[in-house]
Ligand binder design. Structure first.
Ligand code: PRX
Length: 630
């Protein structure tokens, strides 16, 4: 059943209803799903503890809502179209029935290995349909999946395995990425030395030589070989955990954002069909990796709950050349295309030549996610990819929000370049000043908060509820604080201005400055470091590191390279600083606090307005930093 809105007045009406009668509104949407037992109360909440429960005492399994609920009408409809890294390798299509059988077989395989409801399972896999199968099989048996982006290092993987106490790791022998072949299983072995698990299941992708540990490691194809293609889904409570996804914050250690079953299901389907205006038969493509929330909500769960055809792409935008995205759009007649501004900017740099010759006429909707989209990229996307006829949905949301919060509804909400426009039904935004006073009316700018719960919101941070409370619910009482700055213009449209905390956004990937600093500080020659973001043409933000170090027995150049390598090893290549400046000292206040404001100015090269430096312990240090800037 579809809950799709079709007109602007329809949206405004629904929005109003969703605010004045939120419980009735969401109950109506939730009623179109299959519940083994209907909920007894739609919502229980307080933002103080915080304690939020949707569809209280409802019983369900999210995969029954993808498969059994629709099987009579959709069995032969394509569920996943897979496009491999190498365009010469054949693509694959799995219908809903085929995907269902794969999910059941793998669910049975997991059970046979002793994985039970509530167990945590790490998924560290390439972009192949089996990665989606792995997630859904966990959901089928009630195991909690935690997908780790396959570009993260062994040490980052080990930290996540340990933090969630995983029982199993699902992985591959290797991954193809552009022209590279990455030895994934070796990284897993290294991680497991630090954080052991009972079971490892390895999907054979690259056929490279790997080591298999007797009794612990099993091939995927062996594990499913004798398994039945039917499976009775585990009955889950609406508030049982569906997954944990680690993300970076202002403090050092990434935190495990917890999403639960019922609310996440309802919201991802509802937001998917409304934002993208998906019609049965359309081919939808989101270019994200399943290691991020975008992949969870808008490659796997949202589209599949909607009976959509979702395209999964294993490769990168520039392999074998910068026309690859457009070749895939033409080949699979993609109707909705959803990517990140960093990819648009990277392709923009190649000019329009790589687009020529590809038929993009199937496109109806273009999407953007992960970081603010600058006007120039917005226009390029609109003109050259959308041929001035496809609405752009600039979708603002976060790992913690689970689903899209602010976005045009494609073809319904009038768009404005660089604006995420209006909140989705059910999303009650609030802009506050530094003291937490709500800024009402239009033409205001401040910090973005949400003042009422929505179904797919974060419930806790795994193993540390207090951290959830401190990070999101303590800055402003009775509000969820997003960490983003925002402007509401004279039309009431929202424009996201970027993070106001110590989180930076590099190519749409979220990075804590403290996390990068900790990695830099692990190098034995480093004494202290400070990391800030700076504007970067393609990546949105680049990473600028100021490092105090001991240069004995090293040249400056060598040491900088060693630091970059070591950050890659500790977190992953995505965290490698773009610029490292060796400095004699850092600008600190008398109480020892690093004044990042000054470091940001130097990194941005805006030196005329350094602000007040009178509270600095040693103002001379600023002069030296300016002289040595990169
Ligand atoms: O700063 C916002 C930015 O990305 C942050 C969330 O990152 P993450 O949890 O990794 O999720 C990314 C994908 C949903 C936000 O706090 N961000 C995300 N989308 C936008 C955005 N900034 C501006 N415009 C967007 N459309």
């Amino acid at each position: 059943m579809s809950d799709r809105l079709h007109t602007l007045s329809g949206y405004l009406y629904e929005y109003q209803k969703s605010v004045t009668q939120p419980e009735e509104f969401w109950a109506r949407i939730a009623d179109s799903f299959y519940w083994r037992k209907r909920w007894s109360k739609t919502l229980k909440w307080n933002f103080k503890d915080p304690d939020v429960k949707w569809f209280v005492n409802g019983k369900l399994n999210i995969t029954e809502n993808i498969f059994e609920r629709n099987m009579f009408t959709m069995a032969d409809r394509p569920a996943i179209i897979w496009e491999p890294n190498d365009p010469n390798e054949a693509s694959r299509t799995l219908t809903y029935k085929e995907l269902f059988h794969e999910v059941c077989r793998f669910a049975n395989a997991l059970k046979a290995k002793g994985i039970e409801k509530g167990d945590r399972v790490i998924i560290y896999m390439p972009m192949v349909p089996e990665a989606a199968v792995a997630m859904l099989a966990c959901a089928r048996i009630g195991a909690i999946h935690s997908v780790v982006f396959a570009g993260f290092s062994a040490s980052a993987l080990a930290d996540r395995i340990k933090d969630c106490g995983a029982k199993a790791v699902l992985t591959s022998d290797g991954n193809f990425r552009g022209s590279k072949k990455i030895a994934v299983k070796g990284l897993v072995d290294e991680a497991l030395e630090k954080s052991p698990v009972d079971t490892v299941i390895v999907y054979q992708r690259t056929h490279q030589e790997i080591t298999m540990k007797e009794g612990r490691d099993f091939w995927w194809h062996d594990a499913v070989a004798d398994q039945a293609d039917t499976n009775v889904a585990e009955e889950m409570d609406s508030e049982d955990m569906l997954f944990i996804l680690y993300t970076s914050g202002s403090t050092g250690k990434p935190k495990g954002v917890v999403h639960t079953t019922g609310g996440y299901m309802v919201y991802t389907k509802y937001s998917f069909e409304n934002v993208f205006q998906y019609s049965p038969g359309d081919v939808y493509w989101c270019t994200a990796d399943i290691g991020w929330i975008t992949g969870h909500s808008y490659i796997v769960y949202g589209p599949l709950l909607c009976g959509a055809t979702t395209l999964m792409f294993e490769g990168v935008p520039t392999y074998p050349d910068a026309g690859r995205f457009w070749a895939v759009v033409e080949k699979h007649k993609v109707n909705q295309f959803y990517t990140a501004p960093t990819a648009i900017r990277a392709l923009q740099a190649y000019g329009t030549e790589p687009i020529q010759g590809y038929d993009l006429s199937s496109l109806k909707v273009l999407g953007s996610v992960g970081e603010p989209i600058n006007e120039e990229a917005w226009h390029w996307y609109h003109t050259h990819i959308g041929k001035d006829k496809c609405p752009i949905v600039d979708t603002w949301w976060q790992t913690e929000t689970g689903g899209i919060m602010v976005s045009p509804l494609a073809g319904i909400t009038p768009t404005k370049p660089a604006y995420a426009t209006l909140p989705l039904p059910g999303i009650q935004l609030c802009i506050v000043d530094a003291d937490g006073n709500e800024l009402t009316g239009n033409g205001v700018e401040g910090n973005l908060c949400v003042k009422f719960p929505w179904p797919s919101m974060i419930r806790t941070t795994y193993g540390d509820h207090d951290r959830c409370k401190q990070t999101y619910f303590s800055t402003y009482p009775n509000m969820y604080f997003t960490g983003d700055g925002v402007k509401r213009d004279h039309d009431g449209y929202y424009r996201i201005l970027g993070r106001v905390d110590d989180v930076i956004n590099v190519s749409g990937h979220r990075m804590g400055t403290a996390e990068v600093e900790n990695a830099i500080n692990e190098h034995p020659k480093v004494i202290e470091s400070a990391v800030v973001g700076y504007p970067h043409e393609v990546k949105g933000q680049g990473i600028y590191a100021y490092v105090i170090c001991d240069l004995t027995n090293r040249t400056e150049e060598n040491l900088i390279q060693e630091i970059k390598d070591s950050v890659s090893k500790i977190i992953g290549p995505i965290a490698k600083p773009d610029k490292i400046q060796l400095v004699p000292g850092l600008p600190k206040t008398r109480s020892g606090k690093i004044m990042r404001r000054i470091l940001r100015k130097v990194a941005e090269n805006s030196l005329d307005n350094m602000g007040d430096t009178s509270t600095l312990l040693d103002p001379e240090v600023v002069k030296q930093i300016i002289e040595g800037r990169k």
